[in-house]
Design a protein around this ligand. Structure first.
Ligand code: ATP
Length: 243
């Protein structure tokens, strides 16, 4: 039991969630390492949503509203930390959810699918769906469901690996990435990168989605046109102060 007055209480609670997901068998051991890398970057940005992330969140939500077949890709870490918020975001924006695991096993996919099912949500990406290889790249890294990521024009990824982001980008899809490390290959390759912790980014996306849903197409397109990922990443890096 972590005492509430512990100076690192929030961070330790997140570790507990990640550990629990590992013990429940749906988070791979490498997911623990990925979480640690994120923690370090979160520490450096002050464990708060920085101004540049607010900008990219607005552009990301506008893009999700305008997309024809947007999909939220989930993995063990995102499910462990923000499953309920992901469900809420998908409902607000009417976006599909697809399980996409770096270390894919049938068992992990099954557990995650059931976690969503218990919340009344049907997710794509299990073996029950038709799984195809994006652009014919026959690697377990590039499987995608026909209805979901395979035919998506926009994919929201978090804690994603650079190789898979590259596969998505090269196949002509727009990619929104939530990644605390502005220097990661995923952050650099995505069209819109949100340099923030998913535990803060997704709830803020829900709030912004409720606001932007009322806007017309022209205003949404303007938000996207005024956004530069290169500039945003540069400014995000400047927020990381090594004192
Ligand atoms: P790439 O291949 O894109 O360079 P990587 O190999 O550095 O990525 P991984 O360890 O595969 O990264 O994935 C973890 C990424 O997710 C890291 O960039 C890490 O900073 C980020 N990350 C970890 N936890 C979170 C979190 N809670 N919210 C947002 N990003 C996170």
């Amino acid at each position: 039991m972590i005492p509430k007055n512990h100076p690192r209480y929030e961070s330790l609670i997140l570790r507990e969630k990640i550990k629990k997901a590992f013990c429940e068998g749906y988070l791979a051991d490498s997911g623990l390492i990925a979480h640690g890398r994120g923690e370090a970057f979160d520490y450096l940005i002050g464990e708060k949503t920085i101004a540049t992330a607010c900008e990219s969140i607005k552009a990301a939500v506008a893009a999700l509203i305008l997309a024809k077949n947007p999909v939220i890709s989930v993995n063990g870490n995102s499910v462990a930390l923000v499953m309920d918020d992901i469900v809420s975001l998908s409902k607000v924006l009417n976006v599909k959810i697809e399980i996409n695991l770096f270390y894919r096993t049938n068992e992990r996919v099954k557990i995650i699918k059931n976690l969503f099912k218990r919340r009344g949500v049907c997710v794509l990406g299990s073996d029950e769906d038709e799984l195809l290889f994006i652009d014919g790249i026959e690697s377990p890294r590039s499987t995608a469901s026909k209805e979901g990521i395979y035919s998506a024009d926009l994919v929201l990824v978090s804690l994603e690996d650079g190789d898979r982001t590259e596969i998505l980008v090269n196949s002509g899809k727009k990619v929104i990435a939530i990644d605390l490390n502005p220097l990661s290959r995923t952050a650099q390759m995505a069209n819109i990168t949100i340099v923030d912790n998913i535990i803060r980014a997704i709830p803020l996306m829900i709030k912004i989605a409720n606001e932007l849903k009322e806007k017309d197409e022209k205003s949404l397109k303007k938000i996207i046109a005024n956004f530069s990922n290169e500039k945003n990443l540069k400014e995000s890096l400047e927020s990381i102060e090594l004192k």
